[in-house]
Ligand binder design. Sequence first.
Ligand SMILES: Cc1ncc(COP(=O)(O)O)c(C=O)c1O
Length: 409
Amino acid sequence: MQNLRYVGKNLFIEKLSINNILKRNKTPFYLYSENQIINNFLRFKEVFKKTNPLICFAAKSNSNVSILKTLGKLGAGTDVVSGGELLKALKAGIKPNKVVFSGVGKNEDELRIAINKKILLINCESESEAKLIDKIARKLRKKVSIGFRLNPNIDAKTHQKISTGKAENKFGLSIKNFKSFYKSIKKYKNIKLDALSVHIGSQILSDVPYKKMLNVMSNLIKELKLDLKFLDLGGGFGIRYNEKDKPINLKKYSDSVNKLAKKLKCKIIFEPGRSIIGDTGILLSKIQYIKKGAKKDFIIIDAGMNDFMRPALYDAVHKIIPIRKSKSKLKGTIEFVGPICESTCKFGSYKNYQKMSENDFVAITNVGAYGSSLSSNYNSRPLIAELLVNKNKIKYIRKKQDLLKLINS
Ligand SMILES: Cc1ncc(COP(=O)(O)O)c(C=O)c1O
């Protein structure tokens, strides 16, 4: 994150010393840089400027209403995957005609909300879903714009748990099944196929699978002579979690997208999540205890896997950095672990880390995407607070959940 840096020994976010923020706020909590969010969005927009796509931020990566608001003011739409996310997007002031709805298992209530709110597109993922949309639309006497999410059977070469575009993945409809359904689509009078959509995975660091995906889509559209209003190319653009990750070359990809958009004469939609929000947030945590183990020392922090799931869920590695730097080093190996009663509640091992003591603070970095949105009440712990910094101002964008309300609910 460019807006996170040490000034002398102390870590700053935008213009604020994190030490000072910690004096007034109890850990653990999420802290985001609003200007980083704005820069990331504008950079993405600039790369695809020639195509002028509709950029629908994937709310699943971070569904905080204030963050959706910040992005909405910049012209972003939203990609939602549940009725809850849809209502959050509207609450954030995103216009329904900038909302697309993805997901393999949308239920009748959710579809009805989407139809009544007149969102831009429901990207359906099965024949049965298309039939259900048609049925609901008929009852409501409406004609509904749908997209069909396809499964292009492409290996995105990412972690298997965030790969979504291979034949064995549950997402989208295979090309073969889509072709067969397409033959009978005119029977369904209350839906209109306005788009195809595709999303092959997340944290993708090469443009090669994307180009394969464009080929598959382009060939299919040509073969069926589809006249589409929109082509929704999903998200998935990777970010650099560590020095070894090479950034994806979006410029090269944008040239290919632009060519295809011109050929098809349709509006391109993107659904980026991680690449907009991933590197904008940190999770601040206090060292509760330090204890010696047989082979390493355990640094027990107050953030748990319920607050931040990615290491436990995907073996994700997020660098942990001290709030105050020091030159003296600890000997041997340490492991940062959390308080949850699961062996997977751990956040990373380090050799010769700087000397740390109980009550010191650390930041888990690059947690803006799939951090707070994946958090839970596991072990009956309240959801933690979220704070947004802009220059030298702090906004409280989610209060810590009240423990009494949690246990009485
Ligand atoms: C349909 C869809 N669109 C967009 C995204 C956002 O992906 P990312 O955060 O990797 O950009 C996802 C996430 O998996 C998704 O399932």
